[in-house]
Design a binder for this molecule. Structure first.
Ligand code: NAD
Length: 292
């Protein structure tokens, strides 16, 4: 079994991005600038945004964090989105999800200029992804593709089972893995909450990508010998032995699954760091203006 170490690969890619930034500065361009809108005080969102801001510093980007209280109206968030759309200093921006319940996330995402939508959530960018056109590939699926690519995992003609059909992970993952390309060219089965015989389907997977948000859901008996397992899940579970009071658990029961795998991602230190570095890659892409 080989561990797919997202933490060290992300570090390596950050250094590659920093070199590109240094070249751009030397050529007289401004620093790439990523902005984030954070509404409310959700603990996990605070952590994620914190990682993104820190990563910007590490790769030499400017970053701007716009914080709004829970009580902010949808119109105020839309106004902030429009300001960022028209601010030529900002190359790309994200709206950290989830938003408070009184704000319609779809309306907010639809208001983002697709050329600044470095999360790749706007319908125009999702459409381009589906058609295989150049676009901002949303960060988590992009990070997983990079992990597979750099580890030279053979995906051609393999059976890839994806658990979870969310717009930010499962669905785009299934599209990328079935698309022509390397990694890609897989035969994909997309499973979700209504799927029957999930265990039987998982057992047929050469590559199993798990994104359902239930701690340690996939156990050893659901996995074929030699499978590649990508664990996207991050669930906080109470743990009195930790200073924070919680431990992070993946969707895969690592102890029983890992011994059967050819490759597996750990949690933490697998997909999470790859997600953040993919956002940095998308921001650099936005600054380079190649999609315009
Ligand atoms: P979501 O809640 O939007 O979607 C979950 C999906 O799982 C749904 O499509 C649902 O149909 C499916 N599902 C639920 N129960 C199921 C079951 N019993 N059997 C089969 N399918 C089932 O979640 P999401 O936003 O895609 O996130 C999934 C997990 O990944 C969460 O733990 C989240 O925290 C984590 N996540 C991690 C990263 C990262 O960077 N590592 C990024 C995004 C999300």
């Amino acid at each position: 079994m080989q561990l797919l170490d997202g933490k060290s690969l992300a570090q390596q890619i950050k250094e590659e991005i920093k070199q590109e930034v240094d070249k751009r500065i030397a050529a007289g361009f401004k620093r790439p600038h990523l902005a984030a809108i954070l509404v409310g005080s959700d603990g996990a969102s605070e952590t994620y945004v914190g990682h993104k801001v820190k990563s910007c510093q590490q790769v030499g980007f400017e970053s701007t964090l716009l914080r709004f209280p829970d009580t902010t109206s949808e119109q105020e968030v839309l106004d902030a989105v429009n300001d960022l759309n028209s601010n030529s200093e900002i190359d790309g921006f994200i709206v950290q999800l989830p938003l408070p319940k009184h704000i319609n996330a779809e309306s907010v995402i639809n208001a983002i200029d697709p050329l600044k939508d470095v999360d790749g959530f706007h319908p125009v960018n999702v459409g381009k992804l589906t058609l295989g056109l150049p676009t901002f590939v949303s960060a988590t699926p992009k990070g997983i593709m990079t992990l597979l690519e750099r580890a030279e995992v053979d995906t051609q003609g393999k059976h890839c089972v994806v658990i979870g059909r969310s717009n930010i992970v499962g669905r785009p993952m299934s599209i990328l893995m079935s698309a022509s390309g390397n990694p890609g060219n897989a035969t994909v089965t997309l499973c979700h909450s209504r799927t029957q015989n999930l265990t039987e389907i998982c057992k047929q997977a050469d590559i199993l990508i798990v994104a359902l948000g239930k701690a340690e859901f996939v156990t050893g008996d659901m996995v074929k010998e030699g499978a590649v397992v990508i664990d996207v899940g991050i669930t906080r579970v109470e743990d009195g032995s930790k200073k924070s009071g919680y431990a992070l658990k993946g969707d895969v029961h690592f102890e029983s699954v890992a011994p059967k795998c050819s490759y597996i991602t750990p949690v933490p230190g697998g997909v999470g760091p790859m997600t953040v570095v993919s956002l940095m890659q998308n921001t650099l892409q936005a600054a380079e203006g190649k999609l315009a």
